[in-house]
Structure formats: structure tokens, C-alpha cells
Design a protein around this ligand. Structure first.
Ligand code: CMX
Length: 135
């Protein structure tokens, strides 16, 4: 089973506006800003205990976050669970009949190996499984 919630992804229109909000209102420090070109997003990370908040700004209106904001507006975009043996977990969920976006692991932000499950198969919540290859 997952060990913890690795991060919560929140779609925002502007990192420049959202980062100071998290810093000022919650006193959290943004410790990394990273562009994930393949996902057409720029990300900003905050730590809250073992869990992170990942702010997502789209770099392309046709990308996943661009389309999400256009359709639903800003808000919670996905929840990511930390797992071991990601490849095996992705196989197991497919065998259990869950529709996946990634059949096998790929690289995500912060050097993590990731795989997404389709929101139509997970009660409307885009769900990510991630594994830290350094652990
Ligand atoms: N949460 C819940 N539902 C979502 C969703 C989300 N984040 N994104 C899309 N949907 C829903 C849509 O509302 C739509 O539902 P309806 O058919 O009922 O209207 C349905 O899924 C299809 O949405 P779409 O706008 O037509 O978009 P696509 O099918 O082209 O893509 C998805 C949807 C989830 C497959 C795509 O966004 C994806 O592959 N996501 C995974 C990758 C990703 O999100 N990357 C960004 C983060 C990267 C990072 O964290 O580093």
C-alpha cells in the first residue's frame, strides 16, 4: 500500500501570483521551481511535513493543465501516492481493471518515477503513483 501522500498538485494560472500566497499566508518556503517540458507545465514545490504541495502553471493551453484550467478553472488537479515497486503496482492496478494513463513508469518532476491513473477510473480524481528511485 502507499506509504504516504507524496504531493497534491494544484493548477494555478500564475506561479508568480500563487507562490507568494503560500509563502505569506502559510509561511511555507518554495524550495524548487522546475519546468517539466514534456508535461507542458512549470512547477513550484513546498513541503508540508512529508507531503508536498506542487503548484502547476501551464506552459501551453493544449497541455493537460492548460486544458484543465480552461474547463474547470484553478483548483486541485491531482493527488500523488508514494509507492514502492511502481512498475509492479501499475501492472497490478491494470489487472484490477483500472484504466491507466501510463502503462509503465516514466520520469516526472524531481527525478521521481511516476505513473498516472485515469480520473474516469478513480472516482473523478486524477491519481498519480510515484516512486523515488534514490530510496
Ligand atoms: N482531474 C479530474 N478530471 C479530469 C482531470 C483532472 N485533473 N483532467 C481531465 N479530467 C476529466 C475532464 O473533465 C473530462 O471529463 P468529461 O469527459 O466528463 O468532461 C475527461 O477527464 C477528459 O478530459 P479532457 O479535457 O478531454 O482531457 P484529455 O482526455 O485529453 O486528458 C487526462 C485528460 C487526465 C488523460 C490528461 O490530463 C493526462 O494525461 N494527465 C496526466 C498528466 C498530467 O496531468 N500532467 C500534468 C502534471 C505533471 C506533473 O505533476 O509533473
Amino acid at each position: 500500500k502507499p506509504s504516504h501522500i507524496e504531493h497534491i498538485g494544484i493548477a494555478v494560472k500564475s506561479l508568480d501570483e500563487a507562490i507568494p500566497f503560500y509563502e505569506k499566508v502559510f509561511g511555507l518556503a518554495c524550495y524548487a521551481v522546475e519546468e517539466v517540458a514534456e508535461q507542458k507545465v512549470k512547477t513550484a514545490f513546498f513541503k508540508v511535513g512529508q507531503t508536498k504541495i506542487e503548484l502547476l502553471e501551464s506552459t501551453d493551453p493544449e497541455g493537460p493543465v492548460g486544458k484543465f484550467i480552461e474547463k474547470k478553472g484553478e483548483g486541485v488537479h491531482h493527488i500523488a501516492f508514494a509507492v514502492n515497486d511502481l512498475a509492479q503496482k501499475l501492472t497490478a492496478v491494470q489487472e484490477a481493471g483500472v484504466r491507466v494513463i501510463d502503462k509503465t513508469p516514466r520520469k516526472g518532476a524531481e527525478g521521481l518515477n511516476i505513473g498516472f491513473l485515469h480520473p474516469k477510473s478513480t472516482f473523478g480524481v486524477l491519481t498519480e503513483l510515484c516512486e523515488d528511485p534514490s530510496k
